[in-house]
Design a protein around this ligand. Structure first.
Ligand SMILES: Nc1ncnc2c1ncn2[C@@H]1O[C@H](COP(=O)(O)OP(=O)(O)OP(=O)(O)O)[C@@H](O)[C@H]1O
Ligand SMILES: [Mg+2]
Length: 285
């Protein structure tokens, strides 16, 4: 069942001189298994939106439904939410605080009714998913790892719970290119296994290559919501609003200026390459 946001508004510090409307009139339904890229300028409400879906904030107006249930209803069992939705915040590496990797990754399992053996297996699997060998790292202090490695350990802690919905706030910011690719490949794999992914990113390339659906927010409102191709092909529209477009879109725009025709919605490398190859063959033949 999907995530549904019904007429959501969120105001920080309502009724005070500091009142700030972060979201307004947001309506959307995220289908199961989607990979959603969330874009928008700084301060447009992206983090607020995911905090609402994670149940960390209560909407000022409207409802957040997960699997058809209003997560802010008095009768809603919050333990379901904790098991269903995993959130990786910006700089998750700052949230490591246990003495060993094993304890840190197992932290979220505390509330679940796992046996010791199941717990160990969940930690082992989660560490393997982010590229670590359980036996090698389990007794080390999380603080003894590099920044990128710490981030992977923190993410393992979220994955250990096996959330069906995984929400990530700028997960690839500050990673080196290899780390970024490996991390996006992991998300792609999880998505292929059925996990719904919502990823906030200022990296338009990552969104173009991996997301199937894109949400663009502007000043707390939905500016665009639709398939990645449809949303990202509006190059001028996005750029005029200060929203980055990916390299492929840039190259496509240059090629079109030179009179090389491309299909609408060419936003991914493989798509661009396929068309250029066909174009080259056509000119030779
Ligand atoms: N704790 C808070 N108290 C008051 N206002 C806040 C608070 N947190 C966010 N805001 C305001 O709400 C709006 C949306 O903030 P939010 O953090 O959701 O934006 P964002 O899109 O995640 O930005 P960024 O790309 O910089 O992370 C901003 O105008 C911000 O100033
Ligand atoms: Mg944010």
């Amino acid at each position: 069942m999907p995530i549904a946001l019904e007429n959501i508004a969120y105001i920080y510090a309502p009724g005070t001189a500091y009142a700030a409307t972060a979201l307004e009139g947001v309506n959307l339904t995220v289908p199961d298994g989607a990979f959603v890229g969330i874009m928008g300028k700084t301060g447009c409400g992206k983090s607020t939106l995911i905090r609402l879906i994670a149940g960390l904030l209560t909407p000022t107006e409207g409802r957040v439904l997960i699997d058809g249930c209003d997560i802010n209803d008095k009768t809603y069992d919050r333990s379901i939410l904790r098991r269903t939705v995993g959130v990786v915040f910006q700089h998750p590496e700052h949230q490591l605080f246990e003495t060993t990797v094993e304890r840190d990754v197992a932290f979220g399992l505390k509330h679940l009714k796992h046996t010791a053996e199941e717990k160990k297996q969940a930690v082992r699997d989660a560490l393997a998913a982010v590229g670590f060998d359980y036996d090698e790292v389990k007794d080390r202090s999380p603080l003894s790892f590099s920044g990128g490695e710490k981030r992977r350990i923190a993410i393992a802690g979220v994955l250990a719970v096996k959330p069906r919905i995984l929400i990530l706030d700028e997960p690839i910011a500050g990673l080196d290119p290899l780390g970024r690719e490996a991390f996006l490949a992991l998300l792609k794999k999880l998505n292929g296994q059925g996990t719904t992914i919502l990823m906030i990113s200022h990296n338009a390339d990552a969104i173009a290559e991996h997301a199937d659906t894109v949400l663009v927010l502007e000043q707390g409102r939905v500016l665009r919501w639709g398939s990645a191709k449809t949303v990202l092909q509006e190059r001028d529209f996005l750029q005029d609003r200060g929203i980055g477009i990916g390299q492929v879109s840039r190259i496509a725009a240059l090629l079109e200026k030179r009179g090389i025709p491309l299909e609408q919605g060419t936003v991914r490398y493989d798509d661009l390459l396929r068309q250029l190859t066909a174009y080259g063959r056509g000119r030779r033949g």
